[in-house]
Design a protein around this ligand. Structure first.
Ligand code: DP6
Length: 358
């Protein structure tokens, strides 16, 4: 139990409460891959918070009698039984930090800005939006809470739902995991960067090429588990510390090409870890490789900051400076859409973090 995050006894328990938050997704630049008990990351990571790809959650609470968590889960207004076990596990896990949850029946109504079957994971934005709603409830019971504590505990709770979710509460750049060079960094919640990031990177675009819109071949829980006993894990965890330190320096200086080199190496290392684990997986598709090769060819010909990163799947995130938006869009339309399922891609950019809607 982390005492700092245990809610004090409520000053009041209103009969009903309602709130809504919209929380964005994020894209990791240095990847979180491997975790210990209680959602503690095996290495520190850092991400761009996105802007358009987001989950909106409406939470309605009504007083109830009796113990235990009780909730209904709606996805786009309709009951969604398949999402329930994950949310139930999450609510039970955070109950010691929010004992008042037992005093309410919760109705959680959630929807995503991106299509459900796009192969884009909604756990980061979804868990972050829910954690923020629950913090609004906690604030309604204990009015004197500081904004800083509100965000910190929201990130702490979101992590208990899905690790990467703790990087979605705020923006534009958030690290997670204790790191020697980052004051106040913690394995328990995200740390925000703004002033120390060169303006150039704050305008970065993220175009997500939907190469494979199917279900994930390997769930993140299974994927993280593959790092236990992995022959290369200790070296990988050291490398992540090193890459994070280097990337922060690069982002401070505004060094475009050094950024590209670290980000692409991180993406390929993530996939190399999966390819060399036991059992092993190849999560890239032939079209993923086609796109990567075309990006490299484009950079050969143009003085460009266009680079790619990958999550634990086949989709490709293209990251590039705002000034290149028109040129890169032309390139995508001319050379890359054919490698996307049904020619689909999603245009996003670096964003500011979650916002309260009501
Ligand atoms: C490859 O946060 O989805 O996207 O903590 O098990 O919910 P859980 O895992 P999750 O893992 C994300 C892994 C990644 C890299 C990253 O976002 O850092």
């Amino acid at each position: 139990m982390i005492k700092e995050f245990k809610a004090p006894a409520p000053e009041r328990l209103p009969e009903a409460f309602e709130c809504s938050w919209k929380s964005p997704s994020n894209i990791a630049l240095v990847k979180y891959w491997g975790k210990k008990e209680e959602q503690i990351p095996a290495n520190p990571s850092i991400s761009f918070t996105l802007d358009h790809c987001a989950t909106t959650t409406l939470l309605r609470c009504t007083r109830k009698e009796g113990r235990g968590v009780a909730f209904d889960l709606l996805f786009e207004g309709q009951p969604k039984p398949s999402f329930k076990p994950k949310i139930e596990k999450f609510l039970e896990r955070i109950l010691p930090y929010m004992p008042f949850l037992e005093d309410y029946h919760l109705e959680i109504d959630t929807s995503n800005s991106f299509p459900h079957s796009s192969g884009i994971a909604s756990s980061a934005s979804g868990m972050s939006a829910l954690a923020l709603c629950l913090m609004s409830l906690e604030k309604a019971l204990n009015a004197g809470m500081s904004d800083e504590y509100f965000s910190k505990k929201a990130s702490f709770l979101a992590r208990l739902g899905s690790g990467s979710a703790c990087r979605s509460v705020e923006g534009p750049v958030v690290s997670w995991g204790a790191h020697a060079n980052i004051d106040g960094s913690s394995d328990l919640y995200g740390t925000v960067f703004k002033e120390s990031i060169h303006e150039f990177f704050l305008g970065y675009q993220d175009t997500i090429l939907l190469v494979d819109k199917g279900e994930k071949q390997v769930s993140s829980t299974v994927g993280h588990g593959l790092m236990h006993g992995h022959a290369y894990a200790p070296a990988r965890f050291d490398q992540a510390h090193h890459n994070l330190a280097a990337l922060l320096d690069v982002m401070k200086r505004g060094d475009r090409d050094a950024f590209t080199a670290i980000v692409e190496s991180e993406a390929l290392t993530l996939h190399a870890m999966m390819m060399s684990s036991n059992p092993y997986f190849i999560l890239m598709k032939p079209n993923t490789l086609e796109i990567i090769n075309r990006v490299w060819a484009y950079r050969e010909k143009n003085d460009s900051g266009l680079c790619f990163t990958l999550d634990a799947g086949a989709n490709v995130h293209l990251l590039y400076p705002e000034v290149e938006k028109e040129a890169v869009t032309r390139f995508i339309e001319a050379e890359l859409v054919d490698f996307c399922q049904q020619g689909q891609y999603i245009c996003d950019r670096v964003g500011k973090g979650a916002e309260q809607l009501s």
